[in-house]
Every structure is written in structure tokens, then in C-alpha cells.
Ligand binder design. Structure first.
Ligand code: ACO
Length: 324
């Protein structure tokens, strides 16, 4: 039986820090409201020269370095992103040759905030079926480019960044299981109202950018319910108990959602990796960014049991259970 395991992790954040106090200067909001409702204190915002592809490139470079693999041996490159540099070529194609990858398959997966989990799931399946031995997986986003900086209900929530892992074939798991779901009936709760094929008629309403719209309160309720179900599904699929988990690495949208998940899993917050306070919601980048941070600072150790979960536009949601 072939499994996949994480051989190395990497991440990249823009240098520019935007604090809640900075936002107080440009919109009708307060540090107190943002902290109490979301747990966010600051976020990183991409410079004009930075894009989803440049952030991905750096995160991937670090993951390849930590994994100590030759980029020429990578068999597949999968990127989760909802803010690609271009319609095409994909971010994966824009970055592939800069990293020294061979002419391997390279593709983007769009599952909004669940993009990294979806990408990880694809990569894991390629390795399990024997079609690949080493796969580079990345989540990268510049949500600041689809954020309306005049609107307090969304502008305070998002940030930019990228995270990556190298997966390699292993006789031992590794990734025990991945689970992905979607329900397009919720498409209007979290969406951009303009797009390539639909057209740009709504652009005036979108203030000249493909703006992100969210009915936050309704998204919040579905997110908590749905994530509760998927972590249970994941444990049941592996015949494991909540007490078998060492770390929860959740999507970083809102500290209240993260805390609700920790309560459902009977986990102390000391065993939950939290970056939302410093990164905001970086969509598909949030889970691999959190994973890389906790691996590098030594909290997550080889052998630990990790639950990764994410929820986002679509709606999409997903999870991965990993013996690190
Ligand atoms: N500053 C001050 N007041 C604000 C702000 C702000 N930045 N934003 C909204 N308010 C006000 C509202 O106008 C409202 O005022 P009212 O009561 O006078 O009408 C009040 O605060 C409460 O607004 P709610 O939207 O009900 O606030 P809520 O407690 O739900 O928090 C939030 C909003 C943070 C967006 C929360 O609902 C949330 O986190 N939702 C889930 C987000 C999520 O998980 N998204 C999925 C992933 S994202 C992706 O896929 C791209």
C-alpha cells in the first residue's frame, strides 16, 4: 500500500502589515470591534510587485528546501487559489519553471478558502494510485485585490499570503484521509458578482474591481455547523476518537469559529494553531501558512496527529487527517 506523507513545508507573507488601527483611519470601524468579532489584530497586504504567483513561488521554494528534494523529481504541481494572476496560464504554470520543476502536470484548483485542502486531496490521490511519487502543493492568495477597501464588513477580514507542502510517497501514512464537499446552493452568500464569462455589467456596483461580497452572519452559522460535521466524518472514517488528535489546524476566518471547533473536538486552545490574529483570512493560504508556522516553531513534531479543516465560497469545505 502506498501513502503520501508531508516531507517539507514552506510559507511566504508580504512585508506590509496593516493593523486594525490603520483601518480605523480609512473606514468607520474600530480595533475593538474587529478583535471581538473576528480575533484579527493585523494582516499582511501584498505590495504592487507581489502577486499570488510570486508569493507561491517563495512558499514553494522553502517547502522544497525543507523537504530536501530535487525540484526535477517533482511529478505534479497543484495550486489552490481563487485569486490567480491571470485567467490563464494558471499560477501553477507561471511558477513551475521558476522553481526548476520538470514538464510535470501543473494546475490550479479553485475551491475558495478550501482550495489548499482540495489541492492536497488531489495530490494525495495521485500518490496513492501510484501515478506520482513527489507532489508540490500550494495555497496562495491575494484577496486584497478583490476587497473593497471602502467597505468595513469585508475589508477588515482578509489578508494575503501563501503556504506550501511537498508530499512524497511513503510506506507509512502520512495522510490518513482527505474529505472534500461542496454545495452550490449557497453560491450567493459568498461571491464575486462579475466574472469573465458572466460579464462585467455589475462592475459599477463592485466599485471597479471583481469585489468579494459576503453575508457574513449567514456564512458563519453554516460554517460552524458544516465544519462540525466534517471533523466527525473524518474521525469516524479512521475509527479514531477526538482524544487521538494532537493538533487542530483550522482555516483562519474567525477566532470564534476556530474556538467553536476546538470546543466540539474537546481540544484545549493550546492545541489549536491560530494565525488569524496576525494574518487575517488568507483563504486557500491559511491552512498551509498555519501548518508551516507550527512546524517551524517546533510545536508540531513528527508523529503528531493533525486535523486540517477549511470552509469557503461555493460553499466548499474539506478536511485532512495527517500523521505528521
Ligand atoms: N466595524 C464595525 N462594525 C461593523 C463592521 C466593522 N468592520 N462590520 C460590520 N459591522 C457592524 C454591522 O453593520 C452590524 O451593525 P448593525 O447591528 O447596526 O446592523 C454589526 O456590526 C453586526 O454585523 P454582523 O455581520 O452581524 O457581525 P458578525 O458578528 O456576524 O461578524 C463576521 C461579521 C466577522 C463577518 C462574521 O460573520 C464571520 O466571520 N463570518 C464568517 C466568515 C467566513 O467564515 N467566511 C468563509 C471563508 S471566506 C472565503 O471563502 C473567501
Amino acid at each position: 500500500m502506498i501513502y503520501s506523507r508531508i516531507a517539507g513545508t514552506g510559507s511566504q507573507l508580504p512585508d506590509k502589515v496593516v493593523s486594525n488601527h490603520d483601518l480605523e483611519q480609512i473606514m468607520d470601524t474600530s480595533d475593538q470591534w474587529i478583535r471581538e468579532r473576528t480575533g484579527i489584530c493585523e494582516r499582511r497586504i501584498a505590495a504592487d510587485t507581489e502577486t499570488s504567483a510570486t508569493l507561491a513561488e517563495e512558499a514553494c521554494r522553502k517547502a522544497i528546501e525543507t523537504a530536501d528534494v530535487d525540484p526535477a523529481e517533482i511529478d505534479l504541481f497543484v495550486v489552490g487559489t481563487t485569486t490567480p494572476d491571470l485567467v490563464f496560464p494558471s499560477v501553477a504554470c507561471l511558477v513551475q519553471k521558476k522553481l526548476g520543476l520538470p514538464d510535470c502536470g501543473a494546475m490550479d484548483v479553485n475551491a475558495a478558502c478550501s482550495g489548499f485542502i482540495y489541492a492536497l486531496s488531489v495530490a494525495d490521490k495521485y500518490i496513492r494510485c501510484g501515478d506520482a511519487r513527489k507532489v508540490l502543493v500550494c495555497g496562495t492568495e491575494t484577496l486584497s485585490r478583490i476587497t473593497n477597501w471602502k467597505k468595513r464588513d469585508t475589508a477588515v477580514l482578509f489578508g494575503d499570503g501563501a503556504g506550501a507542502v511537498v508530499l512524497e510517497a511513503s510506506e507509512q501514512p502520512g495522510i490518513l484521509s482527505t474529505h472534500v464537499h461542496a454545495n452550490g446552493d449557497y453560491k450567493d452568500l459568498l461571491t464575486t458578482k462579475v466574472g469573465v464569462s458572466r460579464g462585467w455589467d455589475g462592475m459599477a456596483e463592485s466599485d471597479g474591481i471583481p469585489e468579494l461580497f459576503m453575508k457574513g452572519n449567514e456564512v458563519f452559522k453554516v460554517a460552524v455547523r458544516t465544519l462540525g460535521r466534517i471533523v466527525q466524518e473524518t474521525l469516524s472514517a479512521n475509527k479514531l476518537e477526538k482524544s487521538d488528535l494532537d493538533w487542530l489546524i483550522p482555516h483562519q476566518a474567525n477566532l470564534r469559529i476556530i474556538a467553536a471547533m476546538a470546543r466540539m473536538l474537546d481540544m484545549n486552545m493550546d492545541h489549536v494553531v491560530v494565525t488569524v490574529d496576525r494574518h487575517g483570512n488568507t483563504s486557500a493560504a491559511s491552512v498551509p501558512l498555519a501548518l508551516d508556522e507550527a512546524v517551524r516553531d517546533g510545536r508540531i513534531k513528527r508523529g503528531d496527529m493533525l486535523m486540517l479543516e477549511a470552509f469557503g465560497g461555493g460553499f466548499t469545505w474539506g478536511s485532512a487527517l495527517i500523521r505528521y
